[in-house]
Design a protein around this ligand. Structure first.
Ligand SMILES: [Zn+2]
Length: 206
């Protein structure tokens, strides 16, 4: 099932009315402006999250905004134009927690496809060299370095995006220093609602 941007009524180029039409031999209809004939394409957005850790603790924000207000999540947000995923993760972390991370220190942790939400959720990880000084940004009620027993399962935001054992698996990886790269999907028209494959990281080739 494909979802279209239901809010598109007028052309963003000329303000004319749009209608769903097949363009050339495209497989699915696009919003096409009835005045200037511009075709408007809607594509998934990329969310980037940062898993910053030190010892057995993770940098977590208690969200000030919906969705998940009052619940804990790692810093995350939509990519801006012109950014790399590493720059986006470092920027979101600085904005939400006051913690500075160098983009080059961020390594791929997971890629989660969310076909029903038209989003791709990329998580990068970085080990902090010391316990960081924290300054909660406007999107966070509180920011803390959190250990596994400090919060309950139902205090994590976006629990539906997590497999049952995700938080404990996360802490196990952090404690051991041995990480996997997780290739995940939630939802979409597949037999299984959740799919994940994990690949152990040995060492960077370069
Ligand atoms: Zn137009």
């Amino acid at each position: 099932m494909h979802s279209y941007n239901p809010r598109m009524k007028y052309c963003s180029a000329c303000g004319g009315p749009v209608a769903l039409q097949i363009v050339d031999d495209d497989a699915r209809p696009r919003f096409v402006c009835q005045s200037c004939m511009a075709a408007h394409y809607s594509n998934p957005k990329v969310l980037v999250a940062c898993l910053a850790y030190h010892g057995d603790r993770i940098l977590l924000c208690r969200r000030a905004r919906e969705p998940g207000r009052g619940l804990w999540a790692i810093p995350a947000g939509f990519m801006e134009d012109g950014e790399s995923i590493e720059q986006a993760a470092a920027r979101e972390t600085a904005e939400e927690t006051g913690v500075d991370i160098q983009p080059r220190d961020l390594l791929l942790y997971s890629v989660l496809s969310l076909p029903e939400m038209n989003q791709i959720y990329v998580t990068l990880r970085a080990e902090l060299s010391c316990m960081p000084e924290i300054k909660a940004g406007p999107e966070s009620l509180e920011v803390r370095m959190i250990g596994e027993t400090d919060i309950r399962r139902d205090e994590w935001a976006f629990a539906s995006l997590l497999e049952n054992n995700r938080p404990s698996e996360l802490f196990r990886e952090i404690r051991s220093g041995r990480f996997a790269i997780h290739q995940m999907r939630l939802g979409g028209s597949f037999e299984d609602r959740y799919a994940t494959r994990s690949f152990r990281v040995t060492e960077p080739i370069r």
